[in-house]
Design a protein around this ligand. Structure first.
Ligand code: F6R
Length: 243
């Protein structure tokens, strides 16, 4: 599990975007697993640039986002549905009906979570899952302590996640719960790319790449997947002994 260490965050994001573009070029009806967060913003900008340059069409692609806040109206600029529309979907030729984000406004979040799992299966499963990593090692919103066999479900966000995500909420009122794909859902993807940039992610990357699963670092669960690519910038690169 040696990560690709690229020269800076821009190059790292470009490398992730290239892999998405290559997959869709070779499989035009690919099913993408997408993530939100600051790390992904340059990735989506590079994907949009590739689309505008005529290199790739998303007209037959389906997508499933990892997570969504609970009880935050979809129209709120901080919701992951709005964020994905604004940062990616509105700028490429993807069919909005084939873009999926968990329904954080559902009255019955358990039923919504089960429905999401079914929709992923009906789409044929995820070809490529894109992941960022939390400072506390979370993937999706699977916080430390999450089970390896967890599936899409409602979760409570940890204090450090609330602090990190407050930046996206002008009024500081970041939601405390989310619906997230589970660790087992993520591990069901045929291939996975993790992108981590910046010094704040270094400790989590060190733990994730230690070579064994520990519930203290949910990203370490990826050790059990046969096709994971880790892409980092020098600031997030693991210490030599962990790589
Ligand atoms: C977002 C998600 C999270 C983020 C992680 C890193 O959909 O599932 O796991 O990938 O919190 O966020 P940033 O990139 O903002 O540091």
């Amino acid at each position: 599990m040696t990560p690709l260490i690229l020269t800076d965050a821009t190059e790292a994001a470009a490398a992730v975007a290239d892999r998405i573009v290559s997959l869709v070029q070779s499989k035009p009806d690919a099913v993408l697993g997408l993530a939100t967060g600051a790390t992904m913003e340059p990735v989506y900008a590079a994907v949009i640039a590739a689309h505008r340059a005529g290199r790739v069409s998303f007209s037959r692609v389906s997508s499933f986002n990892l997570d969504e806040y609970v009880a935050l109206p979809t129209e709120h600029p901080g919701s992951y549905r709005s964020t994905m529309n604004r940062l990616l979907f509105e700028h490429i030729d993807i069919d909005p009906a084939r873009t999926h984000v968990p329904d954080g406004m559902a009255n019955d979040t358990d039923a919504a979570a089960e429905a999401y799992e079914r929709q992923i299966l009906q789409a044929g499963g995820i070809d490529l899952q894109l992941l960022g990593i939390g400072r506390n090692g979370h993937i999706g919103f699977n916080e430390p302590g999450s089970r390896l066999d967890s599936r899409t479900r409602r979760v409570e966000l940890h204090a450090e996640t609330l602090t990190a995500n407050r930046a996206f909420f002008e009024d500081g009122g970041v939601p405390q719960q989310a619906i997230t794909m589970g660790i087992a859902t993520i591990l069901s993807a045929r291939s996975i790319i993790v992108l981590a940039t910046g010094a704040a992610k270094k400790a989590a990357i060190n733990q994730a790449l230690a070579g064994f699963f520990t519930p203290a670092c949910p990203a370490s669960a990826l050790v059990g997947h046969p096709d994971v690519t880790w892409i980092v910038d020098p600031a997030a690169a693991p210490d030599a002994e962990a790589a």
